[in-house]
Design a protein around this ligand. Structure first.
Ligand SMILES: Cc1cc2nc3c(=O)[nH]c(=O)nc-3n(C[C@H](O)[C@H](O)[C@H](O)COP(=O)(O)OP(=O)(O)OC[C@H]3O[C@@H](n4cnc5c(N)ncnc54)[C@H](O)[C@@H]3O)c2cc1C
Length: 441
């Protein structure tokens, strides 16, 4: 029997996870070809942050070598970008001139860093933080850098800032919002984070944006020397990283007249507007949502592999994903909502001295938001309660003290009941938050 030809565009995290899932199910089901624009086999993109910080080596972040592809009879066209698709002939053309036909096509083209609108971006030493090449260039430039600026105070921006600060470079993060990690933390926990970063040599400028990059002439080019902010302030800077967000890579899909909104639109089975073409990862839009973390992509890869290999049609649905920051010594855990609604019950435990913060948002007796800073050991337990939509009413308000405390209360009959701890909390609706300030965990 001839094998149908499966072609995957993109050999990043999503494309390679899909390969793993297919191989695990039925390695001989398809003849497989993979096109990857980057000039090497796939690597663990998540580990670019520890690579920049000097905590791992390049070899340690490789996921699959060229030999691995050969062993599994998968043809990898690395360094080849697909430039056009003829859907009527089910044919692709690559930047190297390779022409290939497919029976099933998968888009796993990921996303690219969102660009900013400031002047002067042609200058040397302004980088994105997305690929191995970016990290190589940043590391080379960092060797002679004294003042670095990172634009964007989200997870990526802060990890980039840390990677520079550990090299002894004075580093400043410029963030447009009122506080750092504004999608993961509330104002109080973000302030704890700001202080912890400051101790690591990272300064933060909030509520501001870059107006322009300025340079000085050097051999054959112009190098970055300073940055002006919209607030009017000027900062010395000889290295800048732009990490303000990501934009799904949809141009190829658009050119092939597939339905595209913010991402390539897929249905619950991850099929695009052409039934021979599927898509997964950061390039897609599913029910109005786009993606920026690997956990949902792993679910997508399983569902897509089941359909492609066994024709099993299961529906993909988005679930909450916890986020963490990969900066050693700074523990935070966030999932679900950060601020909640007016009618929610919000339990907060805050210890300024130890820089520990816990916040749980409860709606209709279920956890809908978790923000932990400084002590995250109960993060996974809270997340299970959130994910499985467990009714937590019987655990309130001591839920805030964590799993060990709650189970010890349940096991010991002569200890106070959960309810007896009620006096610690003003069990009010959101605003003002019920708070236990200065408590020790
Ligand atoms: C520094 C960094 C740290 C991160 N840390 C975390 C973390 O801690 N936790 C977490 O969950 N997520 C993290 N992420 C996000 C995570 O890496 C992404 O969610 C994941 O890589 C998305 O996978 P993807 O395959 O959709 O996209 P990508 O991994 O970007 O892969 C897409 C690939 O497709 C290629 N491509 C695009 N167009 C074409 C074309 N036309 N032809 C051929 N090839 C093409 C691209 O070159 C790229 O190699 C991090 C990301 C970065 C950059």
């Amino acid at each position: 029997m001839t094998q149908p030809h499966l072609v995957i565009i993109g050999s990043g995290m999503a494309g390679s996870r899909l390969l793993d899932e297919i191989i695990r199910r039925q390695p001989e089901r398809f003849k497989i070809s993979v096109f990857g624009e980057e000039p090497h086999p796939n690597y663990n993109r998540i580990m670019l942050s520890p690579l920049l910080a000097g905590e791992v080596s390049k070899d340690e972040i490789v996921l699959n070598s060229h030999e691995w592809y050969a062993e599994h009879n998968i043809t990898l066209y690395s360094g080849e970008r697909i430039v056009s698709i003829d859907r009527s002939k089910q044919r692709l053309l690559s930047s190297a001139g390779t022409e290939i036909t497919y029976d099933q096509l998968v888009f796993a083209t990921g996303s690219r860093p969102t660009s900013i609108s400031a002047n002067g971006q042609h200058l040397n030493n302004i980088f994105d933080f997305r690929t191995l090449e970016d990290v190589d260039s940043i590391i080379a430039s960092a060797q002679s850098s004294k003042h670095a600026v990172v634009i964007g105070g989200g997870l990526l921006g802060l990890e980039a800032a840390y990677g520079l600060a550990v090299k002894g470079i004075k580093t400043t993060v410029i963030h447009r919002a009122e506080h750092l990690l504004n999608r993961q933390l509330d104002a109080r926990s973000a302030e704890m984070l700001r202080l912890s970063l400051q101790e690591r040599g990272i300064e933060t400028l909030l509520n501001t944006e870059v107006e322009a990059f300025h340079g000085i002439a050097c051999v054959q080019s112009e190098a970055l020397s300073s940055i002006t902010l919209k607030s009017g302030k000027t900062l010395d800077a000889d290295l800048a990283i732009v990490a303000i967000g990501i934009t799904p890579n949809t141009l190829l899909a658009k050119a092939a007249s597939l339905e595209v909104a913010r991402g390539i639109v897929v249905n619950d089975q991850l099929v695009t507007s052409d039934k021979q073409i599927s898509a997964l990862g950061e390039c897609i839009e599913h029910r109005g949502e786009t993606f920026g973390l690997v956990a949902p992509i792993w679910d997508q890869a399983r569902i897509l592999a089941d359909r492609l290999v066994f024709n099993v049609q299961s529906d993909y649905s988005t679930t909450a994903t916890p986020t963490k920051l990969k900066i050693s010594g700074i523990d935070l855990f966030s999932a679900g909502e950060v601020d909640g609604l007016q009618q929610d019950r919000v339990f907060v435990l805050q210890d300024e001295t130890r820089r520990v913060y816990r916040k749980l948002i409860i709606r209709n007796q279920h956890i809908v938001g978790i923000v932990l800073f400084g002590d995250v050991q109960d993060g996974n337990w809270y997340f299970e309660l959130l994910e499985q939509q467990i009714n937590v009413n019987h655990l309130l308000p001591t839920l805030l003290f964590g799993q060990a405390f709650c189970s010890s209360l349940q096991q010991t009959t002569d200890t106070p009941s959960c309810e007896s701890a009620d006096h610690f909390f003003s069990d009010t609706e959101n605003q003002p938050h019920s708070a236990l300030t200065g408590a020790t965990l």
